[in-house]
Design a protein around this ligand. Structure first.
Ligand code: MRU
Length: 364
């Protein structure tokens, strides 16, 4: 769907050395997103002109990571509004409603997608008395603000989270909760970046994160770009390293936190949390407030995306499993709140989250 645009750096991603990678950017009236499916072998932007294209970009994981998906959805609405800026009010309204529906159907688990859409709808309602071109302009400005705000939030989370890590800490992370999963800086990786900025020597252990390899392809790439020491392991090595005393803390991101503090994140996170508890290692979740869904009572009610079997039976052109084998491919799992040492938010750190503490924390 997206058209290839000329990359700002070069098309062989390994050599790109600008750490301020813009995961999403607005250029010449179009949304450009780094194609995360081909990193790190290739660094290139795809350009989008309407909501259907952006929804496909989300579904096919050109862009992924909860906050980045929220930003993309906001731009999806803004793009559609721009496209219909000269339409009659009924035609504009119908097109926008269709845009909201197609974007909402793109991926189910990350609540930031729905948060982003709700924010755009509220903004639309607030400006609905204006002529159509002015509504379209207001929606574009709001998408820009969603993007800018995400970076501010990640920096605030990073500052809070950095205080939890000791100088010299060896920190394990799962999946990619970095600049690529957000508008910039990252959530979990933002904590590492902020700790390094504060002068702490941090080293990162990146789980490769089967089956989509966000850890091996994206987290490792981000850390290498910035010169933050990183060691890549396969997912089944985490317990061994913990048992040898080689992990001081775990920090991961999240796609949705339920009202009782249960945390949905990339498949395999639950396994890491259980291992961390077994070995007395703190398990932190970097969690913007937009990822907390107080309408979901507990983790059992969080919709878990099931993705295509081909992601498990092979990778790209290489298929290694027998044809016809039956496959499960849940993309996320739920870590019960009791295994979470703390939620790192832009408002501060909530230790040992549970229903009551989370409610009071959000109210305060
Ligand atoms: O399937 P993905 O790559 O979108 O999953 C991403 C994750 O699970 C991240 O850990 C989560 O979105 C937090 S990103 C700051």
């Amino acid at each position: 769907m997206g058209t290839r645009s000329s990359p700002s750096a070069n098309s062989k991603g390994i050599e790109v050395s600008d750490p301020r990678v813009e995961t999403l950017r607005w250029r010449d009236g179009r949304l450009e997103m780094i194609d995360q499916r081909v990193l790190p072998a290739h660094f290139e932007y795809l350009a989008y002109e309407d909501a259907v294209g952006v929804a496909e970009g989300i579904r096919s994981m050109v862009v992924r990571g909860a906050p980045a998906i929220g930003c993309a959805a906001a731009y999806g609405v803004a793009l559609e509004a721009q496209k219909q800026a000269q339409a009659t009010l009924p035609a504009f309204t119908a097109a926008l409603e269709e845009a909201f529906a197609v974007l909402a159907a793109s991926r189910p688990t990350a609540v930031n997608l729905f948060w982003g859409l709700k924010r755009m709808r509220t903004h639309w309602e607030r400006h609905s008395h204006l002529p159509v071109p002015e509504i379209a302009e207001a929606l574009l400005l709001e998408a820009h603000e969603v993007l800018a705000e995400d970076i501010r939030i990640n920096r605030a989370m990073g500052a809070h989270g950095a205080t939890l890590l000791a100088d010299g800490a060896r920190v394990l992370t799962h999946c990619n909760a970095g600049a690529l999963a957000t508008a910039g800086h990252g959530t979990a990786l933002g904590v590492f970046r902020s700790a390094v900025e504060a002068g702490k020597r941090i080293s990162v252990i990146a789980d490769e994160t089967r089956p989509f390899l966000q850890g091996a392809r994206l987290t490792a790439w981000e850390m290498v770009q910035e010169g933050i020491p990183v060691t890549l392991i396969t997912d089944n090595m985490a317990g061994h390293l913990m048992s040898r005393g080689e992990v001081d803390a775990v920090v991961v991101g999240t796609d949705r936190v339920a009202a009782n503090g249960d945390v949905a994140n990339k498949i395999g996170t639950y396994m890491v949390a259980v291992l961390a508890r077994r070995h007395g290692i703190p398990f932190y979740v970097a969690c913007p407030l937009s990822t907390i869904d107080i309408e979901i009572p507990d983790g059992n009610a969080i919709p878990i995306e099931e993705r295509a079997p081909e992601e498990v039976t092979g990778f790209r052109d290489c298929q290694w499993a027998a044809q016809g084998v039956s496959v499960r491919n849940p993309a996320f799992d739920v870590t019960p709140a009791e295994l979470v040492t703390g939620l790192i938010t832009e408002k501060g750190v909530l230790l040992e989250p549970n229903r009551e503490r989370l409610r009071d924390f959000l109210k305060a």
